[in-house]
Design a protein around this ligand. Structure first.
Ligand code: ATP
Ligand code: MG
Ligand code: MG
Ligand code: MG
Length: 469
């Protein structure tokens, strides 16, 4: 059975054999790209090659790219622990053509790798195309011999790929694997598509447009290819598993978590172990790429992920910090492919340890307060915003941590109430500052800083809420 490390190598050498340059993963913090919080796909480091601003000495590349999807347009934080296929951190395998080959060749490459090199049975595969893309549908028919009902036309943004609100984009074709009718879910485009039966493994994007901030779009001068396949998803499939968390790599982290908390990997704490294994990867890789926990921007997203994981460790009955003890297991699994993990190991461990030590001082009391508040509420009622705000302000519970804790109990937070409690506190702080006799300049600076922080954060959430394509 191939390990995830083997599968990564098979992918890269297949495309290397076909004239692609193997390029290293870029860091999780995109260089010179303020539009994006974290690298969320393989094309990010090649953005300027698609638009033609930059050229390199190769026109075909292949990568295994570190990705984090925990905010912005692509946010999978709330899926972790609930679906078989989502992580906050994952590796995206990709092949790229910069004005070199296009659809006619990208589809046969993908089909050959999946069905010959990986040996996946053809009758388990089906594909989607953008509803107007007859050309792609024809190529699939010819190359793979798929019947019409296995080439599904999709009208939505699912088949028009965009990295974020701006940048290169285009219609795409996606390849799905049918894990069988013992699992709930329907084919793409159906009402049950959110289930985990038909799992999307590979997305081939036909880069031919560029989206601008004002909503307009232009046709790019060159036609290019950008593809992305989740290593953990193809890995699950090739290891005869349905669930990403049952692959060798994820499994070893789950076992490390079980060992560190003296609990069973598949017992009642199963979901906690999955969340911990996932969050261990995203937090460790973010720290290795220079992000440190803080109260705003990227650092706050990191802190939110860490604290969520720490609550899950606490739910498993951990009496002491846990996360830092799992770092060696991760380095052992992934340090060879990503040496930055080894280089930063001591920093990662120390950061996790001090964050968890600090957070544990208020975590217990916060959870008790949460239980008390819930006890006072009528059945099924939402947690009042002021209570969630108190947890945030006094106990250091990010809002999404409280939401995560409530979701297990089938409850939610009154987020409007939370927002107004937050706004009220800010107004008070501002009034206190203005009345403190500071110079006018200082007050203006404070206002700007405040606004800047708020805008950054709002921008982030708004994007998510709008779910723009
Ligand atoms: P899904 O619909 O399952 O959420 P997606 O359409 O958002 O996936 P793409 O943006 O097309 O995913 O990314 C390309 C590939 O990366 C996907 O086909 C999948 O194999 C993988 N992938 C995407 N998101 C995740 C994730 N959160 N965890 C693991 N793999 C992922
Ligand atoms: Mg998704
Ligand atoms: Mg999808
Ligand atoms: Mg997709």
């Amino acid at each position: 059975m191939p390990s995830l490390n083997d599968i990564r190598s098979t992918f890269l050498s297949y495309f290397e054999r076909n004239g692609h340059q193997i390029v290293d993963s870029s860091p999780l913090v995109p260089r010179n790209d303020p539009t994006l919080m974290f690298t969320n796909s393989g094309m990010v480091q090649f953005k300027n090659l698609f638009t033609g601003i930059e050229t390199r000495d190769y026109s075909r590349a292949t990568t295994s790219q570190k990705c984090v999807r925990a905010g912005g347009k692509h946010n999978d934080l709330d899926n972790v622990g609930y679906t078989a296929r989502h992580h906050t951190f994952f590796e995206m395998l990709g092949n790229f053509s910069f004005g070199d080959y296009f659809k006619q060749q990208a589809i046969p490459y993908a089909w050959e790798l999946l069905t010959k090199d990986f040996g996946i049975p053809k009758d388990k595969l089906l594909v989607t195309v953008y509803h107007t893309d007859d050309e792609a549908a024809d190529i699939w028919k010819k190359v793979a011999g798929l019947s019409d009902d296995r080439i599904i036309r999709i009208k939505t943004s699912d088949n028009f790929w965009q990295m974020g609100p701006t940048g290169p984009c285009g219609p795409c074709t996606e390849i799905f694997f049918d894990h069988g009718d013992h699992i709930w879910g329907g084919p793409p485009g159906s009402a049950e598509e959110d289930g985990d039966r038909f799992i999307e493994i590979w997305n081939l994007v036909f880069m031919q447009n560029e989206q601008f901030e004002d909503g307009s779009m232009r046709a790019l001068d060159m036609q290019s290819i950008d593809t992305g396949m989740g290593l953990e998803r193809i890995g699950a499939l090739l290891q005869g598993k349905h669930d990403n968390y049952d692959t060798d790599l994820m499994r070893s982290l789950i076992e490390a978590s079980a060992h560190a908390t003296s609990s069973e990997p598949d017992g009642p704490g199963k979901v906690h172990h999955r969340v911990i294994a996932d969050h261990l990867r995203s937090t460790s890789f973010l720290i290795a790429d220079g992000v440190m926990p803080s109260n705003e921007g990227r650092g706050y997203v990191l802190r939110r992920i860490m604290r969520r994981a720490m609550r899950h460790a606490h739910m498993l009955g951990a009496q002491d910090p846990v996360m830092y003890r799992l770092v060696p297991a991760l380095a052992q699994q992934m340090g060879a492919a990503y040496p930055e993990l080894n280089r930063a190991q001591a920093l990662i461990e120390e950061t996790l340890r001090s964050e968890e030590t600090r957070f544990r001082q208020t975590l217990d009391r916060g959870l008790r307060l949460l239980d008390d508040e819930l006890g006072k509420l009528p059945d099924g009622a939402n947690l009042p915003g002021e209570a969630a705000f108190k947890l945030y302000d006094t106990y250091g519970f990010p809002l999404d941590l409280t939401q995560d804790a409530l979701r297990e109990k089938g409850r939610a937070v009154d987020t409007d109430g939370f927002d107004s409690a937050m706004a009220e506190q800010k107004a008070k702080a501002r009034a206190a500052w203005a009345g403190s006799g500071e110079t006018k300049d200082a007050a203006i600076w404070y206002d700007l800083a405040e606004k800047h922080g708020a805008t950054e954060f709002l921008g982030y959430d708004t994007e998510e809420a709008e779910g723009q394509i």
